[in-house]
Design a binder for this molecule. Structure first.
Ligand SMILES: [Zn+2]
Length: 218
């Protein structure tokens, strides 16, 4: 059996296992989704979203791209955020980076990466914003890890900049935006414990898109 054929064999086994524990499992899935979480992470094949979160189908709405970038002009990620917040009413938005991220590493190298250049520029912008801190870290590996964390923070800021997140949070008290890093060396999920309300206050000074009368969190 080839690796390709094995996938369909795995799928048959998975269906049997699911039905063995709940005969109506797929009928229930077909009814609809009501996830509390929007997860935005890296496309890296080693970062398995549902597996590392212990989540079942239907529990996490997922968007992945190279180096978990939330680009203001990317219609794909902006549509995902809009749909997740306004239609699915998610309570939490997670931006999850990971150590050993190839996209972040490529952005640290002064090289021409062709079609990837405009994408990596988003991460190079994060480096530029934090260059004093990053340049003060002498060991390259530690600097690389810190850029992974700072990239998550800045992408969280990009999520908070959106009108749908600001307005919905001010009206309903959710969604809350979280920054995580997956440590590939240990399997551990690290919560960067971003102060969401503080970030929102800072962002509102410049990017205030809240509803008049409801436009301050402080
Ligand atoms: Zn990555």
């Amino acid at each position: 059996m080839t690796d390709y054929e094995k996938i369909f064999e795995n799928n048959r086994r998975w269906i049997e296992e699911k039905k063995a524990s709940d005969a109506d499992f797929f009928e229930k899935l077909a009814i609809g989704q009501d996830p509390d979480f929007l997860y935005i992470g890296c496309s890296d094949s080693r970062v398995s979203t549902e597996e590392m979160m212990g989540a079942d189908p239907g529990e996490v709405f997922v968007h992945r791209n190279i180096a978990n970038v939330i680009n203001n002009n990317d219609l794909s990620v902006m549509s995902v955020i809009n749909f997740a917040v306004s239609q699915l009413h998610v309570k939490h938005i997670i931006v999850c980076g990971h150590y050993e991220c190839g996209g972040v590493k490529a952005a640290m190298q002064p090289q021409d990466h062709g079609i990837l250049n405009p994408w990596l520029r988003n991460i190079r912008d994060v480096y530029r914003l934090h260059k004093d801190e990053l340049n003060s870290i002498k060991e390259e590996e530690l600097r690389y890890r810190r850029l992974v964390e700072l990239n998550v923070e800045e992408q969280c800021v990009n999520v908070i900049k959106t009108a749908v997140v600001q307005k919905t949070y001010l009206q309903k008290g959710y969604p809350v935006v979280h920054g995580w890093v997956f440590d590939i060396h240990s399997g551990k999920l690290i919560d960067l414990n971003l102060n969401f309300r503080k970030k929102l206050e800072e962002i509102q000074e410049i990017y205030n898109l809240g509803t008049p009368g409801l436009n301050k969190v402080y």
